[in-house]
Design a protein around this ligand. Structure first.
Ligand SMILES: NC(=O)C1=CN([C@@H]2O[C@H](COP(=O)(O)OP(=O)(O)OC[C@H]3O[C@@H](n4cnc5c(N)ncnc54)[C@H](O)[C@@H]3O)[C@@H](O)[C@H]2O)C=CC1
Ligand SMILES: O=C(O)C(=O)CO
Length: 328
């Protein structure tokens, strides 16, 4: 098979890079790193395949990549790409659904436990030498087990969160999604335990609201002052999807006005989170640096799937996971 030109725009594990190098001419250049930017720009016009993540591949960038056949994202979320432009040029977009579901659900649960039981705050109290007497009611947390979970987004990862909540913690699950989900066919273990619920009803009944939504035109800014205003007083909010689905000033107002007890955030509208963001130091926010899928096992599985997708696409075969840009 003819060797093609591949541009790797975010580092890959060595064994996965070797798979690419065995078949194609590979340039590794991360445009986020100033010293690598010119190598990235030099390789872009010749690249037939792009593989990486966490960098916006917008229309202007695509215009400089005239030979591009396929982009393989090492992520399931595809909000960094320009679907209409890709579709118009017939460029395939591949991604990594499925292999990260359980790991991301674990991260969301870690945030849910940490916020409800004030784990980070109380651990700091010990570390800073402020544990001088038995803690009193003012530092008690709230139970997780048995509480009602409201899920915004009930796709692959949302369902993995729902399984933990319903089967492990005895939590009734309410979910809001764009399409109804046939539980009998897709998640029979959740029959009778998870219920498709209109958004306002979900917000008024959930003790903990978890957003696990992709970022798209329909979800950008969707979690706004109205949504926070409909939540139960004292609710906890977790975002494991994308930061820009939330209007961050409205989130801060809900925290400061006491509607929300706490927020656990893995994702932010701007990442890395700017130093002057009030979300970084807010006493009732537990922030994480976008680590949903960041385990050794899962990041390797994502890289492996992304490389397989790219190799297949460049060989004219059907990749394992293609994102349908026609309906984005
Ligand atoms: N924090 C992290 O590290 C990670 C974040 N993510 C984010 O999570 C997202 C979800 O991943 P999956 O569960 O695999 O996606 P999926 O496509 O399986 O599920 C998406 C769900 O959101 C719902 N949805 C979409 N638009 C909606 C709207 N306008 N209103 C209501 N519901 C809507 C869909 O109906 C579906 O239930 C990814 O697109 C990515 O952005 C994914 C992996 C890791
Ligand atoms: O896969 C994604 O979309 C992420 O955000 C990181 O795993």
């Amino acid at each position: 098979m003819k060797r093609k030109k591949v541009l790797v725009f975010r580092e890959l594990p060595e064994d996965q890079l070797a798979r690419l190098q065995a078949a194609h001419e590979v340039t590794v250049a991360n445009p986020r790193i100033a010293e690598q930017r010119s190598a990235f720009e030099a390789a872009l016009p010749e690249a037939q395949g792009l593989i990486g993540s966490s960098f916006p591949v917008d229309e202007a960038l695509l215009a400089r990549a005239s030979k591009l056949e396929v982009i393989s994202s090492v992520s399931v979320g595809v909000d960094n790409y320009a679907p209409a432009a890709l579709h118009a040029r017939g460029i395939l977009l591949c991604h990594t659904p499925g292999v990260l579901d359980e790991t991301v659900a674990d991260t969301v649960f870690a945030l849910l436990m940490a916020t409800s039981r004030r784990v980070v705050e109380l651990s700091s109290l010990v570390r800073e030498g402020r544990w001088s007497k038995n803690i009193g009611e003012d530092l008690f947390g709230h139970d997780v087990h048995g509480k009602t979970l409201g899920l915004l987004g009930f796709g692959r990862i949302g369902q993995a969160i729902a399984r933990r909540a319903a089967l492990g913690f005895g939590m009734p699950v309410l979910f809001h999604a764009r399409h109804a989900v046939d539980l009998a066919a897709h998640a029979p273990e959740l029959l009778g335990r998870a219920t498709h619920t209109p958004l306002d009803e979900l917000l008024s009944r959930a003790d903990i609201v978890v957003a696990m939504l992709p970022l798209s035109d329909s979800t950008r800014g969707m979690i706004d002052a109205r949504v926070f205003g409909r939540m139960k007083p004292g609710a906890i909010f977790i975002n494991g999807g994308r930061g820009a689905t939330v209007q961050e000033p409205a989130l801060l107002a809900a925290l400061d006005q006491g509607t929300l007890r706490a927020a656990g955030l893995d994702v932010f509208a701007t990442e890395p989170l700017p130093l002057d963001s009030p979300l970084r130091t807010h006493p009732r926010v537990t922030p994480l640096p976008h680590i949903g899928s960041a385990t050794h096992e899962t990041r390797h599985a994502m890289a492996e799937l992304a490389v397989t997708n790219l190799l297949k696409a460049l060989a004219g075969e059907r990749p394992l996971a293609v994102y349908d840009t026609a309906f984005a």
